[in-house]
Design a protein. Structure first.
Lengths: 260, 106
């Protein structure tokens, strides 16, 4: 059972590893340009494990930004993970603290996307699925970073190979089957349009706002659907009440009519 | 990079990233989420991921390319169609293959 879940976890994350590889490779190469040595770069990737934040932090470091600015930027870029954390918390509450700490440590976009559907099913031992996906992605991230740090300068065009499109394709494959109800469709459309319109905001802040707007739109749609259902139920109840009171009235009228 | 800068840089970023990811999972079980909140949280993956997809496909800010001349837009359309019938592996393969094709013909 445990082995099956772990295999399924590795299988689920594999396509996303292809997408993340060139990104981490580039982060590794840029970290050397920013003044790290290979060991520092690898340790950094192993410890921080946050792609977008790492890339932006290197840019800030090279431009001479202060540590406070780098930390604040890291905070803003990773802010969307609060939503992931909230979304996962309900399905992890029976796990001990050290397991939840480990799960939180590797809660990247890719790990969340590839595991949330399975974790929601609340199957026993689902943490093995999650941890396998997480460690698979973590290992891939660190190895790609190490290779980038070692030989990154030999592959200056790796960003143009289109490998990172695997991540986009995998995200599409994960999202489309979930967007079925009209509430989900509205939430997804609002988030997508907002994401496009707010894409100019610095440090991926547009993603956080877009997701929040999408979730709020979905919440409003839930309320609207519930109101509609309540009104339908009310109309149905009234129709039933009329149907039961009408024969009574007719039966009350019949003797009077016969007397007339 | 000198040792002290590296330690501050690494531990600072790691601590902030972890704190954000752990903030709600850490409290899991110690409070009861209302049914409304649980229901609303189902929107998280279908809002964050499409926003990421849109930015990755179209580009951001002034570099945005919202046109069929963008091979990524065409490849994303292929992925969406394939995902209606097939599972993740096929979507990724068709997406990458179509991107290569569209990059060479568009």
């Amino acid at each position: 059972m445990k082995k099956q879940l772990m295999n399924a976890g590795f299988k689920a994350i594999a396509p996303l590893c292809i997408g993340a590889f060139p990104f981490s490779f580039i982060v590794g190469a840029v970290s050397i340009q920013a003044g790290m040595d290979v060991i520092q770069s690898t340790l950094w990737a192993f410890t921080v494990f946050a792609g977008s934040a790492q890339m932006v932090a290197l840019g800030l470091l090279q431009s001479g930004a202060s540590m406070a600015v780098i930390m604040l930027t890291t905070f803003i870029i990773n802010l969307r993970h609060v939503l992931y954390s909230a979304s996962l918390s309900e399905h992890t509450k029976e796990y001990p603290l050290h397991i939840r700490m480990l799960m939180a440590y590797g809660l990247t976009d890719e790990v969340y996307a590839s595991t949330i559907t399975e974790v929601r099913k609340e199957k026993e031992g689902r943490h093995w699925f999650y941890l396998a996906a997480m460690f698979g992605f973590w290992g891939n991230w660190v190895i790609a970073n190490l290779l980038g740090a070692l030989v990154g300068s030999s592959f200056p065009d790796i960003a143009n190979y289109g490998l990172e499109f695997a991540m986009v394709a995998a995200f599409i494959a994960i999202v489309i089957p979930q967007v079925k109800s009209r509430e989900c469709i509205v939430a997804a459309v609002v988030a997508t349009v907002s994401g496009i319109l707010l894409s100019g905001l610095p440090h991926s802040l547009g993603l956080v706002v877009a997701a929040a707007l999408g979730v709020f739109a979905g919440y409003q749609m839930d309320l609207a659907t519930e109101r509609e259902e309540a009104e339908k139920q009310q109309a149905l109840d009234q129709a039933q009440q009329q149907a039961t009171t009408q024969p009574e009235q007719e039966s009350n009228l019949t003797p009077a009519n016969s007397e007339a | 990079m000198n040792y002290s800068t590296f330690v501050i840089f690494t531990l600072g970023m790691a601590a902030i990233t972890f704190a954000i990811r752990f903030c709600v999972i850490g409290m899991a079980g110690s409070f009861e989420m209302s049914a409304r909140v649980k229901q609303t949280l189902r929107f998280v993956p279908i809002t964050v991921l499409p926003a990421i997809i849109a930015v990755e496909v179209l580009g951001a800010g002034s570099n945005m390319m919202f046109t069929l001349e963008n091979p990524r837009v065409l490849a994303a359309i292929v992925c969406t169609i394939v995902s209606l019938r097939f599972d993740l592996v096929w979507v990724v393969l068709s997406g990458m293959l179509s991107l290569i094709i569209f990059q060479n013909i568009v």
